[in-house]
Design a protein around this ligand. Structure first.
Ligand SMILES: Cc1cc2nc3c(=O)[nH]c(=O)nc-3n(C[C@H](O)[C@H](O)[C@H](O)COP(=O)(O)OP(=O)(O)OC[C@H]3O[C@@H](n4cnc5c(N)ncnc54)[C@H](O)[C@@H]3O)c2cc1C
Length: 467
């Protein structure tokens, strides 16, 4: 047991030892940071904190045993991230952010079996029923399963000398006051422990209990914004002919007016990972024959060709995502020192737009930048920076969701204008490589949405006439 840990027999947590450096959360380069949850956001946050703190403890509920494929380098799907059984696309903005933290990430992924491709040249992209024009975008996709992606990040993170993983350990609450968090209560095999830390970072994902933990300390829980989409995913793997050369690295069929869409990406071990999606309760079935019928109804033939032409590996598996949720820590009048929330715990996006991992990576970079300045206002500065990153992605995702009439939410004039303009841009992108390129750069969070309004692109969009 380390010096900053106490064990408690009963349910009441003991007071922790004093944090080793009261202001170490203000980036003095010393002290102890604790990260809760070893998903993508937790690993990236740990990587950043390891540069600033003497020690970082990564607490994870799942067990990473030495065997059973759950060891740090293992690529088995684990219980804590059920979404890992579904297609996970990494936007180029996320890839380059991860490259900053783990140089050589893209080439390592390729070495481990991921496909990499120029985004539009390697992808057959269908929007509004037609294929988007092929164009050089300057962007790269890395296509792999989420378990491989996470394993590569986990291996790199756990080799950092000042990082320690505590798997099979559940975060159960915070220790401190409404003004200052000083540690965390964890449970391992029904035994409570209290771990003292100078900074606690919650990356426990969408199901984060941070609002409840803060309330228990007497602090205010953040307001939540939700957008109901009742999205269903059903995914299945297929064997890809290893001798097959050429062909696309991925196929994306964006959800059409009926809310149906799908994706297929070429992943490690010569497999296609196929995900079918349906919005507003109209979910893709798990019965194999009905799964194929759903694929046949998509606005492009390619995914159906894989589903009917390739050998299936395992059964179709479902996932239900009812709503996007954003927790407005950036709007809290007072936030406790020594505690941050990052990743899906801060904002969980509609997965259709593949933004979650990228925004988590952008937030990790924002945290890195905030830690450069040693002062006490770290949470306020972090939530402002993270809020800007989240707003950009949330704006794109929610306006795409609101284009579906069945999504119940108020639509103001701006939303209506945006949706009409984007629909026009999509039609132009089918034939105009310049518009397609800009569209993809915006969707990849590389260029701001305003790029679609630049005079040169706006002219091409507004003057475009379908043949
Ligand atoms: C169906 C689906 C598909 C998606 N597709 C994409 C995609 O294509 N592209 C993309 O970028 N994003 C996608 N996402 C989002 C993406 O999965 C997340 O945004 C991303 O993984 C960042 O999440 P996170 O690390 O914050 O949380 P998670 O990945 O959920 O990780 C949370 C971690 O915390 C652990 N944990 C939870 N509670 C506790 C506790 N009390 N104590 C200790 N540990 C705990 C969990 O075991 C887990 O390891 C998708 C999401 C869903 C639901």
């Amino acid at each position: 047991m380390s010096s900053d840990e106490t064990t408690v027999a009963g349910p009441t947590p003991a007071r922790p030892d004093s944090p080793s450096h009261p202001h170490a959360a203000d980036a003095t380069g010393e002290g102890h940071a604790i990260v809760l949850g070893a998903g993508i956001a937790g690993l990236l946050a740990t990587r950043v904190l390891a540069d600033r703190f003497a020690r970082v403890t990564l607490v994870e509920r799942d067990e990473f045993a030495e065997d059973g494929g759950q060891r740090p380098g293992g690529t088995a799907t684990r219980r804590g991230v059920p979404q890992a059984r579904h297609l996970h696309g990494l936007l180029d903005r996320g890839r380059t952010a991860i490259e900053q933290l783990y140089p050589g990430f893209t080439s390592e992924m390729a070495r481990r079996g991921a496909s990499t491709a120029e985004v539009l040249i390697g992808t057959r992209w269908y929007v509004a029923g037609l294929r988007v024009a092929t164009a050089e975008t300057g962007l790269t996709s890395v296509m792999a399963t989420r378990p491989l992606l996470e394993a590569v990040l986990r291996e790199r993170t756990l080799t950092l000398p000042n990082v320690r993983l505590r798997s099979h350990t559940t975060a159960h609450g915070l220790v401190g006051t409404a003004h200052r968090v000083r540690g965390v209560v964890t449970v391992t095999d029904s035994e409570n422990h209290t771990l003292a830390g100078d900074l606690v970072v919650d990356t426990t994902g969408r199901g984060s209990r941070a609002p409840e933990w803060l309330t228990r300390l007497g602090a205010r829980a953040p307001q939540e914004e939700r957008l109901e989409v009742d999205l269903g995913y059903t995914s299945r793997f297929y064997r890809r002919d290893p001798g097959e050369v050429g062909g696309p690295a991925s196929i994306i069929i964006s959800t059409g007016a009926n809310g149906h869409g799908g994706g297929a990406i070429r992943v490690e071990d010569d497999r296609w990972h196929v995900t079918l999606a349906g919005m507003l309760g109209d979910h893709p079935p798990t019965d194999p024959a009905e799964f194929a019928t759903f694929a046949a109804g998509l606005a492009g033939p390619d995914i159906h060709d894989i589903v009917t032409g390739c050998e299936p590996l395992g059964d179709p598996v479902p996932h239900r995502f009812r709503h996007s949720v954003r927790r407005r820590f950036d709007r809290q009048p007072v936030v406790p020192q020594g505690f941050l929330v990052l990743g899906d715990a801060l904002c969980s996006f509609n997965p259709l737009y593949a933004q979650g991992m990228t925004v988590a990576a952008q937030q990790a970079l924002a945290l890195r930048d905030c830690l450069q300045v040693p002062d006490r206002e770290l949470p306020v500065r972090f939530y402002a920076a993270a809020g800007a990153v989240v707003s950009a992605a949330w704006g794109l995702a929610s306006s795409a969701d609101l284009a579906h009439p069945g999504v119940v939410a108020p639509r103001n004039l701006r939303t209506r204008f945006t949706n009409a303009y984007v629909a026009r841009a999509q039609r132009a992108a089918h034939l105009d490589p310049e518009v397609a390129r800009t569209f993809l750069r915006v969707a990849n969070l590389v260029d701001p949405p305003a790029a679609l309004l630049s005079p040169r692109i706006a002219r091409r969009i507004l003057l475009h006439r379908n043949p």
